[in-house]
Design a protein around this ligand. Structure first.
Ligand SMILES: Cc1cc2nc3c(=O)[nH]c(=O)nc-3n(C[C@H](O)[C@H](O)[C@H](O)COP(=O)(O)OP(=O)(O)OC[C@H]3O[C@@H](n4cnc5c(N)ncnc54)[C@H](O)[C@@H]3O)c2cc1C
Length: 423
């Protein structure tokens, strides 16, 4: 029988291709993801949420539909989506399964850093050649074997906020590195084939840590010394399985480098918009909560009695408020991802922080309005709204651009020009 989760086949695009002037590639990929999400992901989402289990079946679908390689450059055999195109497609995924969209982002980021972003950076001829050889290894694994890459950066301190060097150490040894460290909230832990780890490269264990020596390497999940510890029983985004990763004297061969020495630090400094890649999952959730509310108030939600509630002025006002919030959020987000590029102007970075904050906070605000407006029966676990509500709460907590840090950076940048102080 059809459930509320499957009332999706008639969903219209979040961004109408004509109104938002999407390219044909953007339109096609959004459509491809929407169909996959509606037909396959929506019906599985409540199980992953209830069990806090990883969406393995969804990843098989992503592989067979070619989407695992969405951001692998065309010249390397992938789809070759740029940052904006990927973000638009990922938002469609967030409508159907937030945990899949969020974990997909961790996987895709490894291809974005090494592909689209890396291709915009200056590299010496030697670095470029080295990078091309290194990335082909990773891309082939993704395209041919369906390999999944995770992105465990967080360590529980200021490193993931970009303020300190990573405490995970990669000490140079014959033919590679010996890696030691701990990553918390490592989405896809126990399910990824490779962990794209940010660590600090050192000559020896006691050398000083410096952000400039950040190294980005793929640690094979089955390497000796890699373990996944702790449980995962959170409020929302339960299917991300973001447990703790430990690396104890893990030997990682030199060919597991994801970027040449020093390039990740350059990429992260020059491409601040990359940190917006956590937002599409939450924009999709906001759209889903809005869609749910409209269907529910019209008495059209599959699996619920055909009771109309749309005639009450208070409900109409609430829906108007949700619509405005959604339109405002979409508009600033679309603008921010449209202007993303290397070395953005201060204005552009400030807009990106605003967009990030707006998506993460408004997604949750729209979900809470949806529950209040639809009423008591709408928060039953048999419907997906309560999951959207719980998942949406997680966005603001995600480093490096948490809602608090966005406010902090935006306030300072508004009142101070570079180098100014009150001393
Ligand atoms: C569902 C989910 C999935 C996630 N998946 C991943 C993943 O795959 N990979 C990954 O790397 N991370 C992931 N994260 C982690 C996330 O990005 C954060 O790192 C994590 O939530 C931090 O938790 P915390 O309690 O240590 O945060 P906090 O204590 O809030 O922050 C950690 C540190 O950041 C600095 N900081 C925080 N707030 C401020 C502030 N307002 N001003 C100044 N400094 C501040 C402080 O040094 C603080 O000790 C995920 C998080 C969630 C919720």
């Amino acid at each position: 029988m059809a459930t509320a989760d499957s009332l999706v086949s008639s969903d219209v695009p979040i961004f109408d291709p004509d109104a938002w002037r999407l390219t044909s590639q953007q339109q096609e990929l959004c459509e491809r993801v929407r169909v996959l999400g509606a037909q396959n992901f929506a019906g599985r989402a409540s199980r992953y949420d209830r069990e806090a289990s990883f969406p393995t079946e969804n990843y098989k679908d992503l592989h067979s539909s070619g989407l695992l390689g969405i951001c692998i450059p065309e010249s390397c055999g992938g789809i070759g989506a740029d940052l904006k195109t990927y973000m638009l497609a990922a938002a469609e995924m967030g409508r159907y399964c937030g945990a899949t969209a969020l974990t997909f982002n961790m996987h895709v980021s490894s291809c974005l850093w090494t592909g689209f972003l890396a291709d915009t950076l200056d590299m010496s001829e030697h670095e470029r050649k080295e990078h091309q050889t290194a990335r082909m290894l990773h891309y082939q694994r993704v395209l041919e074997d369906g390999a999944i890459y995770a992105q465990p950066f967080s360590e529980g301190g200021a490193a993931a906020a970009g303020a300190k060097a990573f405490g995970t150490k990669a000490v140079i040894t014959d033919g590679g590195w010996i890696v030691n460290g701990k990553k918390i909230f490592a989405s896809l832990s126990g399910h990824a084939n490779y962990y794209g780890v940010l660590c600090t490269e050192l000559d020896n264990m006691d050398a000083d840590l410096s952000r400039r020596n950040t190294m980005y390497i793929a640690v094979p999940a089955d390497a000796k010394g890699v373990s996944v510890v702790g449980d995962w029983d959170p409020l929302g985004m339960r299917g991300t399985v973001s447990r703790t990763l430990l690396f104890e004297d893990v030997f990682v061969p030199a060919n597991e480098k994801l970027m040449p020495r020093g390039i990740y630090f350059r990429a992260a400094s020059r491409w601040p918009h990359m940190f917006m890649t956590l937002t599409p999952a939450y924009l999709g959730i906001a759209q889903a909560a809005y869609d749910f509310t409209v269907s529910y108030l019209r008495g059209e939600l599959v699996g619920t009695p055909p009771v109309k509630r749309r005639m009450y002025p208070t409900k109409q006002l609430a829906v108007a408020q949700m619509r405005m919030m959604l339109e405002q959020t979409k508009a600033i987000w679309f603008q921010a991802i449209s202007e993303a590029g290397p070395d953005p102007k201060k204005e552009s970075i400030m807009r990106a922080w605003t967009a990030q904050h707006s998506v993460m906070e408004n997604s949750n605000a729209i979900c809470q309005l949806a529950i209040r407006t639809c009423g008591g029966q709408s928060m039953l676990r048999s419907l997906n709204l309560e999951r959207l509500y719980r998942d949406s709460r997680c966005g603001s907590l995600m480093l490096p651009w948490t809602a608090e840090l966005c406010m902090d950076m935006l306030g300072k940048a508004t009142l101070y020009e570079s180098g100014e102080s009150d001393d």
